[in-house]
Each structure stands twice: as C-alpha cells, then as structure tokens.
Design a protein around this ligand. Structure first.
Ligand code: SF4
Length: 493
C-alpha cells in the first residue's frame, strides 16, 4: 500500500461523481484505485475535496446540460479552495474533448474512455504546468482490468469481460465513444475472480456492453457459455450474474450453462427496446419479436424460477400507435419482473437523431405512462407469486440500510429481487440470511417474520474488516475500505 504523498502540507483528497451505466460505475472504482495508489485519499462526506472527478455519460440529450451545469456550480467552490482541481472523464469527455475546457476553462483535466489510467499523471502535469490538460485516445491503451481498483463493495464485485461494442443500434452512441469490442482472455478473468473470492467476495457480475458476443475477438463463439461454466468451478463463489446480453447473440448454450451451473443466478436482464418488428428494424437491433419471445420461452423452460428484466424505449422515431401496441403485447407475454423504461431522447451524432417521424413529446409521454402502468401491474403480480417462499438473501449495504424505524434490513435474493427483512443483530452485509416472504410490493418483497437462519460468510468478515478500518487511510487495497452501492441503469439507453 503506497504511503500518502503529501502535497505541500496535506494528503490531497478526491471525490468521484459517476453518471450512467455499470461500466461507468466500475470505471469509477478504477479511477479511485488509481488516485489512492497515487497517494490521494477519499474525501469525507460533506468535506470539500481537493480533486473532483466527473465520470460522465453521453446517453441522453440533457447529459451535456447537466455536466456544464455542475461545472458552473463548482467554479466558485474552486475559487474559494486553493489547489482544487477538476477533471472530466467518461463518454461525454470522449465526445466533447477540448470543447469542455473552452466552455469551462476552470476545468484542469479532460481524459477519455480509452485512457482512464492517465488521470493521476494528467492531474500532476496540470498542477505543475498550471495549464489544462486534454488527453483523448482513439483506441484502448490497456485493458482497464489491469488498473488498480478501489471496489465499492467487499462482498459483490464487477468484473469486466469486454469493453466496446460491435453493434450499431441507431439510437446508441456507445460504439463511437467506447470503440469496437475488445475481449479479455478467459484465464485473466477467472484469475481476477479467484483473487476476489480470496478477499471475501461472494458475488460477481460479469460486465460488457454485449456479454453474449464475448469471444468474438478471439474467434470462439461459445466462449461466454464456457466462461459461465468455469465460474461454476470456483470454490467460494456463490453468485454469478452478468450484464448486458443482446437478444441477437443469446444462444442455447448460454441458457444451458445458466441452467446447469448452480452458482449462476436465475436472473437475466434482456433488453427488448421495442416489441415492434418495424421499429426494431429502424433501431438496427437484428432480432424481431418472435425471436425475442422464443428466447424468453426457452429460458423459462430451462430455468422456471428465472426473474427476467428488460430495457424499453418508448417513442422511437417512426413509432406508430400500432407499433406501441406490439411493445405492450410483448410485455404482457414476457411477464418481466421489472423493466427500465425510457422515453426516446435524441442523441446528436446517432443515426436516429436525424430520422424522420420524430414522435411528439405528449404522445411519447402518454405511451410511456401506459407502459409503466402495465409493467407495474405485472411486476406486482409476479412478486405476489413469491409470497410464502423461503429465500436465501445476500445482505446488502446501502440499499435498505438498517431501518431503525421499521427494524428492517435489506438484500438481494438469488433472482436479484430486493427483499426487506426483519433486522437481525448477527447479520452483516455480505452474510446470507434465510427468510420467509410474507408480503409483496411492486418493486420489492418483505419478510416480516423472524430470520430463519444467518450464515456468516467470508464476505461478511470482509465487510467488518473494511468498516473497522481507520478513517483517512487509502481504501480499496485488498482487505480494507468502506462499501456503498446504488443500482445504476443496467446498460446505456
Ligand atoms: S445499445 Fe448496446 S448493443 Fe446497441 S450499440 Fe449500444 S452498447 Fe451496443
């Protein structure tokens, strides 16, 4: 562990503000790891940090407005805090480049999605040269997984298996900002997972823009299913999840691997986007309604308890009333346990932004409300089927917190449903409790009776070690640190 490098008279502190998808959440863990390795320490809550890093998202139109708004608010804070530095990274930085320092000349560093490893050096260079540093690379320098990482949670970890995407969905800007798909070698991924399990991690989520095409880069179309099966052989790894798959590449070997590998969890996020074949064609999603419903049917046949979630965009250019009815039809058929629903918003630089037939806002709003109401009804009905079941729940930190008022704790069931259960003093985040579901709400389950059993795990021990760590010591190095979690949108829409 590096000793804090004292700048002038104190350890410089940092704060990272993360926007967008899980890829960004995981990139922020690396940015924190890089800064702590360079001697920075995380700023205490409420304290003014010496360095503020924005890890931006470029998905929606107002992403720009939000960034420049936040930078505007930070200017007087910087003026009042000698030595403060502001850095902007992520997809919006990759897109806007030096426009950012032109529009906000008080920004010190702009770095892209392909060179997050450069942050500490760029901060130092900006400080010494007293000049803004803009460094954007067109292609990935090193696979980010080789960078130091300060993980948010000691019991659940993101593990990248690929970056970038080879698809060209017409509403999406990711391929132009994160580049073509690059795959990590299976051995490297499995070694990282084994190291995480040795530190106490119980659950990993395999991460990629399109995890199903994993292996395309090294010519093995079956690589993803094999990777899932290999995860099944890692002792101590209790839960494996993955995000995001793409229906076009979702093959039966993956369904079989999910069904036959006990530690691969029965939860699947499968972005639909639209139920209409003509809209799917305009989106360049390379599958149609029938194929999508066929996948759902085969998953349910092989894994009857699977909880399936999705992403849906309402109001894509050219979407007619009949097209929207097709989306509602698929939602009724697929019976998703929940859905991330979005109103289409133009993304400059994407083909869809220039398409004819942009749907009026009020029409989009009306359709959106109908979709949300239908999905809410289905989510609740599907949750009600869980009442009376006995579930193993991985106790979470941050999601539910110990609620002194209701004396409840929270965690995730195997199918990733959120469960609030009666507080048990012996249960720690990272442990696994067994509870009986007594009530269902649209977006969570409740187990109001006494906890049946508490299984204390190495993950719970890791959480205890981390929360017991003295303040101000660079965290995230194996074994110590402070967890927090907030579910980000599963993928970029
Ligand atoms: S929506 Fe997903 S699959 Fe499509 S281009 Fe974007 S990242 Fe790739």
């Amino acid at each position: 562990m590096s000793t804090p490098t004292v700048f002038r008279d104190h350890t410089r502190t940092y704060e990272i503000r993360t926007y967008g998808c899980q890829m960004n959440v995981h990139d922020s863990e690396r940015l924190a790891g890089l800064l702590e390795e360079a001697g920075y320490a995380r700023a205490d809550d409420g304290a003014t940090p010496d360095v503020v890093v924005f890890n931006t998202c470029a998905v929606r139109e107002n992403a720009d407005n939000r960034l420049y708004g936040n930078l505007g608010h930070l200017r007087p804070v910087k003026d009042a805090h000698a030595g403060m530095q502001i850095a902007v990274g992520g997809c919006l930085a990759q897109k806007d480049r030096d426009t950012i320092v032109r529009r906000a000349p008080w920004v010190d560093v702009v770095f892209g999605t392909h060179n997050i490893g450069s942050l500490p050096v760029l901060l130092e260079r900006a400080r010494v040269q007293e000049e803004a540093q803009v460094e954007i690379k067109e292609a990935l320098e090193t696979f980010p997984s080789t960078l130091p990482t300060r993980r948010e949670s000691p019991y659940a970890a993101w593990v990248s298996i690929s970056v970038g995407c080879n698809n060209t969905c017409t509403f999406c800007i990711v391929p132009s900002l994160r580049g073509k798909e690059k795959d990590r070698r299976p051995g490297e991924i499995l070694a990282e997972i084994q190291a995480l399990v040795a530190e106490g991690v119980l659950e990993v989520t395999l991460l990629g823009q399109n995890v199903n095409s994993y292996g395309a880069e090294f010519g093995d179309r079956g690589a993803f299913a094999k990777l899932l099966r290999s995860c099944g052989e890692i002792d101590g790894l209790e839960r494996v999840r993955f995000t995001s798959p793409h229906p076009r590449d979702f093959t039966d070997d993956v369904i079989a691997a999910m069904a036959e590998t006990p530690n691969v969890m029965p939860s699947l996020h499968m972005p639909l986007q639209s139920g209409s074949d003509s809209v799917l064609k305009a989106m360049r999603r390379s599958y149609r309604q029938e194929k999508f419903l066929g996948i759902i049917e085969r998953v349910r046949a092989a894994i009857p308890d699977a909880a399936i979630t999705t992403d849906i965009i309402v109001g894509f250019p050219g979407e007619t009333g009949e097209d929207f009815e097709q989306t509602l039809h698929v939602v009724r058929e697929a019976r998703f346990s929940s859905a991330f629903t979005f109103q289409y918003s133009k993304r400059p630089g994407t083909p869809a932004a220039d398409m004819d037939g942009q749907v009026p806002k009020e029409v989009v709003q009306e359709r959106y409300e109908r979709l949300v109401a239908l999905q809410e009804e289905i989510s609740w009905a599907e949750n009600k089927k869980q009442v009376g079941r006995t579930l193993d729940v991985l106790v979470a930190e941050g999601e539910g917190r110990k609620d002194e008022r209701t004396h409840r704790m929270s965690g995730r069931a195997a199918d990733n449903r959120l469960v609030h259960f009666t507080q048990d003093e012996t249960a720690r985040p990272g442990d696994v409790v067994t509870v009986d579901v007594t009530y269902a709400a649209p977006h969570h389950l409740v187990a109001d009776g006494p906890v049946r059993a508490v299984r204390r795990t190495p993950a719970g021990d890791a959480w205890e070690r981390r929360t017991a760590a003295p303040k101000g010591v660079p965290l995230g190095m194996p074994g110590i640190g402070r967890p927090e979690s907030a579910p980000a949108a599963p993928s970029c829409k």
